[in-house]
Design a binder for this molecule. Structure first.
Ligand code: LLP
Length: 425
């Protein structure tokens, strides 16, 4: 469910016509719906209503725009962060430090120290040594860092290899069979309050049985740790719930997910932590683009749009599908390839796809681009950094500026030892 619908033949975000945003802000541009963010935040929370004590930490990597974070903070969400930069954003958006979970396989010592100073609510340890270092930093400051140990349950998430994280050979977490011994060694350390365990097996998950298997394993571990005398009062179940990218796709809903969690975690008697990202942000955004050319091709024409792989990297990186729709469709269809202007064949969004007929100058959107869209953008090919717009009812605001290629050029320096450029003529 989202708030991108046609009214009088024109695609709107809530009450704002996308034609208006294109005119005022230009393209390409990400457009987000506040109402969709709010709705997803509420639906996910409602799905967990039978799960007892629950803490929601939005995985801000999915869409870290500070205005988006404000909306989600207002919905009562904390944050899951994976870098000092994300921590700063979450705090800047007004999310209390105590509601922030600090994940990430490569937190630096400086980031750990900063997290302790800010009063971060939970550190998710990725290796034993990180726990030792965190304890020492906290102890030296006369404080105690709350932490959980992330385990790798060795479950195949059944998603794209590049977004799977829960197999034994992945870089994340500690092997589940080694967790009890590590817990025994870490729990007594001064400066550390080791409160439980965490897992996250991957993203864009469409098969709840894989998650269920991981959760069962982590539940058994928690019970084992308790039996060994450890105080376990938190289990972090990560994120990962997938979203429909293709019209007609059916994925498990937050309610289905919540029912599974309630069933599996019954009797655990812990606070359950969640780190949803995509399910909150994915369908809350589109990438609005203009068709530059329709170029004849050998089999199908190429629709060349002004958005490219540097703006939306998912198709190039993960073979991801994003529905493409004209902003003012005329009812006709065409079979086409869709590509951007970047000089790589990988800068192709779709091949041989049945789409709304478009011509040069028409506006169109890639749907379901609210998660892992703008945040993964780059300026490759010296293109501008794509801007972001947030719509709320009949108003909208540019919540991230377009950063011109010239501005980026201005931040570069030619060292003095290089000879000055020869002036032509
Ligand atoms: N927690 C942890 C520890 C994570 O690593 C992730 C995502 C999440 C939560 C949020 O997962 P979600 O609910 O969004 O599935 N760029 C890729 C996705 C990378 C996901 C990385 N970790 C993509 O565009 O598909």
């Amino acid at each position: 469910m989202n708030h991108f619908d046609y009214r009088d033949g024109v695609l709107h975000c809530e009450d704002v016509a996308l034609t208006r945003i294109a005119e005022e802000v230009g393209t390409p541009v990400y457009v987000y719906s506040t109402a969709t963010f709010r709705r997803h935040a509420q639906v996910f929370r409602d799905g967990l209503k039978d799960c007892g004590r629950v803490h929601l930490a939005y995985a801000i990597k999915a869409n870290p725009n500070v205005a988006v974070l404000r909306v989600l903070a207002d919905e009562g969400y904390g944050a899951d962060v994976v870098s000092g930069g994300e921590m700063a954003r979450a705090l800047a958006a007004g999310i209390p430090a105590a509601d922030i979970v600090f994940s990430g396989v490569g937190k630096t010592r400086a980031e750990l120290a900063r997290g302790i100073d800010e009063g971060i609510g939970q550190f998710n340890l990725e290796l034993e040594e990180e726990g030792v270092v965190l304890a020492a930093i906290a102890h030296a400051r006369g404080t105690t860092a709350p932490a959980v140990l992330r385990v790798n349950p060795d479950v195949d998430a059944g998603t794209h290899a590049k977004i799977s994280t829960g197999r034994a050979e992945n870089k994340f977490g500690v092997p589940i069979d080694q967790a009890p011994a590590m817990f025994d060694r870490l729990a007594p350390l001064d400066g550390l309050a080791l409160r439980g365990v965490a897992c996250h097996i991957g993203s864009q998950l469409s098969d709840l049985s894989r998650l269920e298997e991981a959760y069962r394993r982590i539940g058994q571990l928690a019970a084992e740790l308790r039996a060994a005398g450890h105080a376990i009062d938190r289990v972090d179940l990560g994120g990962g719930l997938g979203v429909p990218y293709k019209a007609g796709d059916v994925l498990p809903s937050p309610a289905d997910y919540g029912a599974m969690v309630a069933r599996v975690t019954q009797g655990w008697d812990v606070e359950l932590m969640f780190e949803p990202g995509r399910v909150i942000a994915g369908n809350a955004g589109v990438l609005l683009t203009e068709v530059i050319w329709v170029k004849p091709g050998v089999t199908n024409p190429y629709v060349i749009v002004d958005a490219a792989m540097n703006d939306l990297a998912r198709p190039a990186l993960y073979d991801a599908w994003h529905d493409f729709a004209a902003v003012e469709p005329d009812g006709a269809q065409m079979t086409a390839n869709i590509a951007g202007p970047v000089c790589e064949s990988g800068d192709t969004f779709a091949m041989g796809r049945e789409i709304d007929r478009v011509e040069s100058g028409d506006l169109a959107v890639f749907r379901t681009a609210g998660a892992y869209g703008a945040t993964m953008a780059s300026t490759y090919n010296s293109r501008d950094l794509v801007p972001e717009v947030l719509v709320d009812g009949d108003r909208f605001a540019v919540v991230a500026d377009r950063i011109a290629a010239e501005t980026i050029l201005a931040a570069e320096r030619v060292p003095e030892w290089l000879t000055p450029a020869k002036v032509a003529g």
